[in-house]
Design a protein around this ligand. Structure first.
Ligand SMILES: Cc1cc2nc3c(=O)[nH]c(=O)nc-3n(C[C@H](O)[C@H](O)[C@H](O)COP(=O)(O)O)c2cc1C
Length: 186
């Protein structure tokens, strides 16, 4: 079998599609922002921890370090436009929450804002640790509150027919899943 060589700088392209999230944060004096994040995974159940990779250059980086808090929003496929906007524009130049006319309310536990009309599930997080990782920083954070719209979870798993997931294909492209599900026995 012949394989096609991929430059090491493009290795991340081989891992797509990534579930993609909107993450809100606010600085100490209340300035709120929202950033698109695809590099985010759970890393522990007890205690509940997740990690996300954020470039130091992002406006959100400083806000999260300053406040130690952020809120991960699971967003549906039909929010691709907002997700691309928040992933291409910086809060340094534009108030993204206002520009997209997104309603925002305070978090249940954290002070970072929650976008109840845009998100379908929410993970309020408190920063635990910052780990240097090349050109990104890994934020390891504890999930201090988690909630979802009714119907998001059915029989203990996500109901993909209720809310289609948003997956980043690469560049400006997004996709979603087909509703065919397999559950192999092993
Ligand atoms: C689909 C997509 C996924 C992204 N994922 C990440 C990510 O995981 N980490 C990161 O630092 N930036 C990521 N970005 C880039 C930031 O969202 C982008 O630089 C944003 O404008 C930063 O906003 P801020 O300066 O307001 O914080 C992503 C962008 C897109 C479009």
């Amino acid at each position: 079998m012949e394989f096609v060589e991929v430059t090491k700088g493009q290795f991340t392209r081989l891992l797509h599609p990534y579930p993609t999230f909107l993450v809100t944060c606010a600085g100490r004096s209340g300035e709120a922002n929202v950033i698109t994040i695809a590099w985010l995974i759970p890393v522990s159940v007890r205690p509940p921890l997740l990690t996300m990779a954020v470039r130091r250059e992002r406006y959100s980086y400083g806000l999260i370090v300053e406040s130690g808090e952020f809120v991960v929003h699971v967003v549906p496929f039909d929010r691709a436009r907002e997700v691309l906007f928040c992933g291409r524009r910086s809060g340094r130049d534009v108030d993204k929450i206002a520009a997209l006319e997104m309603e925002s309310v305070p978090g249940r536990v954290v002070k970072a804002p929650v976008l109840p009309k845009v998100g379908v599930a929410f993970l309020e997080c408190r920063l635990q640790q910052e780990v240097e990782a090349g050109d990104h920083v890994l934020f390891i954070a504890e999930v201090v509150a988690a909630y979802a719209r009714p119907g998001f979870i059915k029989d203990g798993v996500r109901d993909l027919e209720e809310v289609l997931p948003l997956l980043h294909v690469g560049g400006n492209r997004f996709t979603t899943t087909v509703t065919e599900i397999v559950e192999p026995s092993v």
